[in-house]
Design a protein around this ligand. Structure first.
Ligand code: PNS
Length: 159
């Protein structure tokens, strides 16, 4: 059984993430969407809130599950017998960072990283941009699923 992980901070999940998760689920027997800590970013949603939003938006994908981990991604892969990491590559600006992480994870645990080209419609999309827009009352309904749109509106309103 080929198991892959789609790791990320998913703060919050966007249509760009969903596109990668769906396409990965067509290539592997099972895909785990793992919410991990990115120490360079501060978060708007708790891990539990992010897991709930991801669960709701991936409920139709029968071979996808959601999990969280507070350590190294390489350790998560080893512990869960996962042999592939799948990540989206939006533009050349993502490349240096993703290559470095892929090489580090390969060295740390022998896990392979598949960098999947983001669909052009999502190449500009990021959770940070979505949060910035939402903060100023911008319309993000074309960028995130409806449950995330609602959660963002509530969070921005201080709820
Ligand atoms: O969505 P992001 O924020 O780009 O995802 C980055 C993430 C969470 C996948 C990355 O920061 C990560 O793997 N964090 C877990 C700790 C780890 O393994 N760090 C890399 C080696 S130092």
């Amino acid at each position: 059984m080929k198991r892959a992980v789609c790791p990320g901070s998913f703060d919050p999940i966007t249509f760009g993430h969903l596109d990668i998760i769906k396409r990965a689920s067509a290539q592997f027997d099972h895909v785990v969407v793992a919410v991990l800590e990115n120490r360079t970013k501060s978060s708007l949603f708790t891990v539990a809130e992010r897991i709930e939003m991801i669960g709701q938006t991936t409920a139709n994908l029968t071979n996808v599950s959601v999990d969280s981990w507070s350590g190294l991604l390489a350790e998560y892969c080893k512990t869960n017998s996962i042999t592939s990491i799948v990540k989206g590559l939006r533009a050349v600006t993502d490349f240096d960072y993703e290559l470095q992480m892929a090489q580090l994870n390969l060295q740390a645990s022998g896990v392979e990283t598949m960098l999947m080209a983001t669909a052009p419609a999502h190449s500009f999309l990021s959770s940070s941009l979505v949060k910035e827009l939402a903060h100023y009352g911008g319309d993000v309904s074309s960028m995130v699923p409806p449950n995330v749109d609602t959660a963002l509106k509530l969070r921005v309103a201080g709820k």
